[in-house]
Design a protein around this ligand. Structure first.
Ligand code: 13P
Length: 337
């Protein structure tokens, strides 16, 4: 499949059940992940960990894109090969996170994702280095009076401004409006906040003339709050997520690649599989998981070189399971390896 223009790039990333490995943790977030296994978050340790992931055999055929952090896109593997070349050699396209994180909106508990200043110059550099796509994450909280219309509108406008600039620079934008799982809200509250965010997002994308066929949406699934007493089951999550997407996402979008957002690795796979088994939509429905792809591999590694192979096996397994889920061909029995 050729990747000569941005529509082809977007289609390639989600072709044949492929999805995205989100490995774009900022250094502080990577520090938290490494703390959980007692490994110091140094530049070399971050490189060793990511090199190990990118060399896993299960990257091939299952992963169509890898999202990187600025430090990683500039790093070389131990043998001098650039990590970008390593990713390309696995048949995946390199992407880059380009937002600059969250800033509080006034005195409120809500935030606006920033990073538009100087973005055009940064995009030009990343494109010249070989990046094919980019990511920008907006965060929407559910709580007392939240989300406000102001928070949704400011964040979705920024996402649309970012997306336009990315396409003008010859890359595919991933637009990520993440409604957080945190809280004791119901699944219906999550549905409502997700719907409001998606409606605003596609209004702003249309206003900016963003090419939807060359855009990937990275949404949350519609879930019960992680602290809610009653937790929706797999079928309800799958059906409500699909209902929300079908009502609010245009048919010609290149693909939908979910974030995992704190779900367990198996839940993230089971939900994706259930949606693809239901079907009835025109987009590719796939994954762009960080924790749900990496958690077992991180634990198996523990920072020890002798664990590299079992860690790579753990990543390969999750990548393969999620590809099957993106095709609606997974079942729980496959997890008993
Ligand atoms: P999680 O799948 O761990 O939520 O990470 C995806 C991501 O890239 C968040 O921006």
């Amino acid at each position: 499949m050729s990747t000569n223009n941005i529509e082809e790039i977007a289609s390639y990333i989600v072709s044949e059940g492929k999805g995205i490995l989100a490995a774009d943790e900022s250094n502080p977030t990577c520090g938290k992940r490494f703390d959980s296994i007692g490994v110091e978050s140094t530049e070399n340790n971050r490189r060793d960990y990511r090199e190990m992931l990118f060399r896993a055999s299960g990257m091939k055929d299952n992963i169509g894109g890898v999202i990187l952090f600025d430090e990683t896109i500039r790093q070389n593997a131990k043998d001098g090969t650039s990590l970008l070349d390593l990713i390309n050699s696995q048949g995946a396209l390199p992407g880059i996170k380009v937002d600059k994180g969250l800033q509080s909106i006034g005195e409120s508990d809500e935030s606006l994702t920033v990073g538009l200043d100087g973005l055009d110059e940064r995009l030009k550099e990343y494109e010249s280095m070989g990046a094919k796509f980019t990511k920008w994450r907006a965060v929407i909280k559910i709580g007392d009076g939240m989300p406000t219309d102001e928070c949704i509108d400011l964040n979705m406008k920024a996402l649309a401004d970012y997306a336009k600039l990315v396409q003008d620079n010859g890359m595919v934008p991933i637009v990520e409006p993440e409604v957080l799982m945190d809280g004791s809200h119901s699944i219906d509250d999550c549905y409502a906040a997700t719907e409001r965010s998606l409606q605003s997002l596609f209004n702003h994308l249309n206003k900016n003339n963003v090419n939807i066929k060359a855009t990937l949406l990275k949404p949350n699934m519609v879930l019960s709050g992680s602290a809610a007493a009653s937790q929706a089951g797999v079928e309800e999550v799958a059906q409500k997520t699909l209902d929300c997407l079908k009502a609010n996402v245009p048919d010609d979008l290149a693909g939908i690649t979910f974030l995992s957002g704190g779900q367990s690795d198996i839940d993230a796979t089971a939900h994706l599989d259930a949606m693809n088994k239901i079907g009835g939509f025109s987009w590719k429905l796939s994954f762009s998981y960080g924790r749900a792809l990496q958690a077992p591999a991180l634990k198996a590694w523990g920072g020890k070189p002798e664990n590299v192979f079992i860690s790579q096996d753990a990543l390969s397994h999750r990548a393969e399971m999620n590809k099957l889920a993106a095709l609606g061909k997974w079942d729980n029995g496959m997890e008993e390896d």
